[in-house]
Ligand binder design. Structure first.
Ligand SMILES: [Zn+2]
Length: 202
C-alpha cells in the first residue's frame, strides 16, 4: 500500500493522508464577511499549518500531485453540503497566460478537474483572464484588491446551468466576486465558490 502523500512515513487513512497529518488540518473555517453575489460559499480548511504548507508547495514548488489531497477534501465537503444536486458545471479561477507560462500549470484547474472526475459535474472553461494583474496577496487593502482585479476577466461562452467555481485560497473575496459579477451579468444562473482554504483572520 502506498504511504501518506504528504509525510511519506505512515499508511494513509483518508484523503491520501495518515492520521498524524490529518490531525494537523483545521477542517472548517468561518469566513468573516458576507459575499452576497455568491449563492454558496464553501471553504474546506483553515489556511494554516499542514494545509498552508501543502498549498505553498503545490503552487510554488511544483508539487503538482498535491492537487489530489485538496480535491478529495473539497469533494468530501461538497458532497456533505448537499448543494451539489443544484449544480451542473464546475470551473476554476483562470490565470493570465503570462502567469500560466511562468508556473506551467493552474493549480485551481488541477483541483477542479479532479473534483469533476470525482462527481457528475462537467468541467467547463467559460472564463478567461484577459488583464494582467498584480498578485492580490501583495495588495494590503480591500479597495486596492478590488480595483486591481476589476475588468480582469472575460466570459467566452454562454453558461446554461448553475456553476461551481474552484480556487485554492480566498482572502478578500475580490477575485471570486468579480468573476461572479461578470457571469451573472450575462447568465441567469446560480454561482457557488468552492475553496480549499481561508485564513481565519483576514
Ligand atoms: Zn502523513
Amino acid at each position: 500500500m502506498t504511504k501518506c502523500l504528504y509525510c511519506g512515513s505512515k499508511d494513509p487513512v483518508k484523503f491520501d493522508l495518515c492520521q498524524n497529518c490529518l490531525d494537523n488540518i483545521g477542517f472548517g473555517v468561518k469566513f468573516n464577511q458576507e459575499v452576497d453575489i455568491l449563492d454558496e460559499l464553501l471553504i474546506a480548511c483553515e489556511y494554516k499549518s499542514l494545509i498552508k504548507d501543502i498549498i505553498i508547495d503545490f503552487k510554488f514548488r511544483d508539487k503538482t500531485y498535491y492537487y489530489k489531497i485538496l480535491a478529495d477534501i473539497m469533494t468530501d465537503l461538497l458532497l456533505k453540503s448537499k448543494i451539489i444536486k443544484d449544480y451542473k458545471y464546475i470551473s476554476f479561477v483562470p490565470m493570465h497566460k503570462k502567469d500560466l507560462k511562468l508556473r506551467g500549470y493552474n493549480q485551481a484547474e488541477l483541483i477542479a478537474k479532479e473534483i469533476a472526475d470525482n462527481t457528475f459535474l462537467e468541467l467547463i472553461k467559460p472564463i478567461e483572464k484577459s488583464k494582467f494583474t498584480q498578485q492580490q496577496v501583495r495588495l494590503a487593502n480591500q479597495n486596492d484588491r478590488k480595483k486591481n482585479i476589476e475588468n480582469a476577466f472575460e466570459i467566452t461562452r454562454k453558461i446554461d446551468g448553475n456553476i461551481i467555481i474552484v480556487d485554492d485560497v480566498i482572502t478578500s473575496a475580490a477575485t471570486i466576486s468579480e468573476i461572479a459579477k461578470i457571469i451573472k451579468d450575462k447568465n441567469q444562473i446560480k454561482i457557488a465558490a468552492l475553496i480549499a482554504a481561508s485564513p481565519s483572520i483576514i
